[in-house]
Design a protein around this ligand. Structure first.
Ligand code: TNX
Length: 501
């Protein structure tokens, strides 16, 4: 090359990965993906073939290559990608992987299939950003050589989408699942009910979805998922090694349910549907036995559709529930959730109640997380000022709220789960989740604008070791993801804190 500076900057590197891997060793050469490259899986089970196909599907449109997914047979041949669980080190755990890139081969090894799925996200990120384009691109498709050994810090690396304040259809949820997968996230928490909308069919209470789901914030048509839609989302998540966590918020945030069934109200009168954004005015009627029949039916139907071990019962902002009733209610709901073979998750407020050791407290703003940990219960960290993706970036952001403050890309990155709440130890923490409340959001573009580019930072906080990560170098890595997000068609917020490439 005539221009050595250009040649150098055009060299692929190992340094722009998000989340940052645990250990990386560069060997200074390149591997090139060509029209002859295939993806071999070993053993060639349906599960590993599906992982190979996921990678091939991502790489085919831009490269135009065939990228067949084939069973590996003994000798490894030059120019190909190998995905294998054979000889995978058990120390890699459920999601860890080991990647070796040489000029001849790319070999990805994991102990479990989930680790291969996380590892193929690293392969995607080692290729040029234009590889994510949905139309043919010129290449060349080079990857830097070296080795990466990588395992997650936390088992819970989640996003939450509020489909109640505004409804988002199956395609929007799938889009978000696919984007989070690129950043190795593994929990999708669906906030399925609130005052403004009930968003899932419950066969034993058939009015809930058609009536309770018929509107949303600001009025308008709302919507809901059929049980087949929900099963479709769960299956889509499973292929991405994402666990769906359904939330039915109770005993507060229940106006949509109360509006659908007069008999659920203490006075027997159904309130009108609600399209505002106030909180804390609704409550299930704790004195009525029918309330617990209702909860049992809803939990049973949703638990049966949910393969993951968790069921989120909300429990937040029950300002219209008498405190003694609240305690009685949560204690009983906890046994109902357990009877349907799920672990109960609830927002921080549930720590006021005697919790089962398997229950999980979801920290958002108070010091209840410490109370939960003192009970021996694990905690999910969603501090509002650091993780609430509905907070405006700054005062000029056209969407979002700011009750927890403005949350810049830097604010969303420069915190640590283990030091956020005094009195919590790392071992008390299950992981990190970034909730997206949707009072102000109506379209998938709105979602993408609030989620990106803050989500990659939350993903890194959940995955990467605390030591070795810092804003000054992270902002450079994130800058290199601008072209990648653009190639994916993501409508991201072009924060001025980042030098976008
Ligand atoms: C608080 S976080 C809420 C939600 C709102 C959100 C808006 C939590 C458990 N409750 O009901 O949508 O703030 O940021």
């Amino acid at each position: 090359m005539d221009n050595p500076t250009l040649a150098k900057s055009a060299q692929p590197g190992l340094g722009n990965l998000i989340p940052k891997p645990v250990s990386v060793t560069a060997t200074g050469d390149t591997f090139t993906l060509t029209a002859a490259t295939d993806i071999y899986v070993e053993p060639a089970t349906a599960e590993l073939t599906a992982i190979g196909s996921y990678l091939a599907d991502k790489l085919r449109p831009s490269t135009g290559y065939g990228l067949r997914v084939l069973p590996a047979a003994g000798v490894r041949t030059r120019g190909n990608l190998y995905l294998t669980t054979q000889g995978g080190d058990p120390a890699l755990g459920e999601e860890g992987y080991y990647l070796a890139v040489t000029p001849d081969l790319v070999i990805l090894v994991a102990y479990q299939p989930a680790g291969l799925f996380r590892g193929i996200q690293t392969i995607r990120q080692l290729l040029p950003p234009s590889v994510e384009s949905s139309s043919p691109q010129p290449g060349p498709w080079q990857m830097a050589t070296g080795t990466i050994r990588d395992t997650p810090r936390f088992v819970w690396r989640g996003i939450m989408l509020d489909v109640s304040r505004h409804f988002f259809g199956v395609a929007d949820v799938k889009r978000l699942m696919d984007l989070m997968a690129l950043y190795k996230m593994n929990i999708f928490h669906l906030h399925l009910s609130d005052d403004q909308g009930w968003r899932i069919t419950i066969n034993s209470w058939p009015n809930l979805a058609p009536h309770g789901g018929s509107t949303q914030v600001g009025g308008g048509g709302g919507g809901y998922y059929t049980q087949a839609d929900y099963a479709d989302l769960v299956a889509y998540a499973q292929i991405r090694y994402i666990t769906v966590v359904p939330e039915i918020d109770m005993p507060g945030h229940t106006n949509a349910a109360l509006a659908s069934y007069p008999e659920l109200n203490c006075d027997g009168v159904a309130p009108a549907l609600y399209t505002g954004i106030e909180v804390g005015f609704s409550s299930l009627c704790i004195g009525k036995e029918l309330t617990f029949t209702f909860v049992d039916d809803v939990v049973r139907e949703l638990a049966a559709l949910t393969p993951g071990p968790y069921f989120h019962i909300g429990g937040d902002e029950a300002h219209s529930t008498n405190p003694d009733d609240y305690t009685r209610f949560i204690e009983r709901v906890q046994t109902i959730v357990q009877a349907h073979d799920k672990q109960m998750v609830g927002w921080g407020e549930i720590a006021r109640v005697k919790l089962l050791p398997t229950s999980i407290a979801h920290h958002w703003h108070s010091d209840m997380a410490r109370v939960a940990a003192q009970q021996g219960v694990k905690v999910i960290m969603s501090p509002a000022s650091r993780t609430y993706l509905d907070m405006q970036y700054d005062a000029s952001t056209p969407l979002g709220l700011h009750w927890a403050g403005y949350m810049s890309v830097e604010d969303a990155y420069t915190w640590d789960p283990a030091t956020e709440v005094a009195g919590l130890a790392e071992s008390d923490i299950l992981g990190v989740e970034a909730p997206l409340w949707s009072e102000t959001l109506q379209t998938i573009d709105d979602i993408e604008f609030m989620v990106f580019p803050r989500l990659p930072g939350e993903a890194e906080i959940g995955w990467s070791p605390a030591a070795g990560r810092g804003w000054d170098e992270y902002r450079l890595r994130l800058g290199a993801h601008g072209a990648r997000l653009a190639a994916l068609g993501v409508h991201f917020y072009p924060s001025a804190q980042i030098d976008w490439q």
